[in-house]
Design a protein around this ligand. Sequence first.
Ligand code: MZP
Length: 504
Amino acid sequence: MARILDEVSRTFSEYLLIPGLTTGEHQPRNVSTSAPLGRFKSGETSRLSLNTPFVTSSMQSVSGSDMAIALARLGGLSFIFCSQPIEQQKQMIHRVKTHKAGFVASDSNLRPDNTLRDAIALKKYTGHSTMPVTDDGSKNGKFLGIITDKDFWEFEDDLNAPVSDFMTERDNVVYGEFGITLHEANVLLQNQKKECLPILDNDGRLHSLVFKKDYVDHMNNPAELLDNKKRLVVGAGINTHDYKERVPVLMEEEVDAFCIDSSDGYSEYQKEAALWIRQQYGDTVVIGGGNVVNGDAFRYLAEQAKVDFVKVGIGGGSICITREQKGIGRGQASALMAVTAERDRYFKETGIYIPVCSDGGLANDTQIIIALAMGADFVMMGRYFAMTNESPTPRVSIGGRIYKPYWGEGSNRARNWQRYSLGEGDNSFKFEEGVDAYVPVVGSVKDVVDVTVTKLKSTMCNIGSLTLSEFAEKAVLTRISEQSFVEGGTSNVVSLDKDLPREV
Ligand code: MZP
């Protein structure tokens, strides 16, 4: 007969943290948000750690190279999506690994005969106000000049006029020659008091752009996650169907971590895939498994599959309908607590620590903080990152607001049958487990991560902790009633944000 667990499935919004003693040393500047990614023995440290405990979902609408570059620069990690041809995924990893901080490929380019109207539309589309003009409008075309939104007046100038009438022509542009170091480029920017330096090759073609703001950004990003060759760290999603072809190709790029991407990871297929990779590549790469929602599954992946980290979560993702479609899953908080409890038992028994990742369903910063307090070593997020400028989807205007498409890997749009199919695989895709949606654009990855990390550090100080492991050890949580949930919002006041119409 079926067994019914005593516990009700619970989610993060049902809990609050009780503050602990805060002392003088508990200040955000003293707090470390470093988190292990790979398994390690008691007394040792993980061979790869995050400086910021956030990773991106391996999803088409989330994790391309721009996202991976932006997040690694902030100390987190992206798993480049695997629901694409192997060569294409390799190219994305290549871009991250060869990313020279500071030299960026231009993604907003115009031809000289494009109109001002085109320039305005392009700026709205990419969010970038500096647009090189090349002979064919491509990012590596012959460089003819540059136009920024300071060069014209949108409501005064003739929007049908060509950009060539308004751009600064090449002869008047300060540029750098290909081969110049980043330091030299920054000195040029500083001496010439410029915001942007185009880099041209010997034939006068545009190679890349160097921005003053990136230099400032770099100085403000001491958490950057680099490998031992000073390249950005990047991960890749893989599946249990074509890993024998995919993994060797991705390893040519010296990818740092794999995450076996499956909606149900408690399977022999995960074990076979993880052991095969380990046999081929030893400990040179971190291997994560999942997703699971209970202690038995954790132990199976830890003991039998020997994975480095275990990912928790079935059916909680913002675009996920697995629970509705198949009746499997578990409230994310209950799932996470069951798995972290097993991880701690396993550590006590064996002296081996296996990091746990809470994946999906994190609807706001508070829930991220609660997940880390419940013992997640790091969190994986899709929606959170899909909303940023760096996600690989185009911006669309709906009803005057800017959105980006965000779709599940189990949606008809992604058709990632490998993530959901068991056994030999059946790519006929008979039913959906994810939806196709839109999310509002909220700014850059840096904008959102900075705010979340600031809140996290502040809460860690409230609990009296300076590291994430201390945070989880000291955390005391209370379940809340519906009434205390209401009490937690604004009450008995007229809120300028919620209750009064805003002047536009
Ligand atoms: P969220 O951060 O948007 O709430 O959830 C992202 C997570 O949902 C992913 O990391 C992945 O585990 C899961 N996911 C991705 N696609 C689907 C689907 O189509 C899904 N059902 O559940």
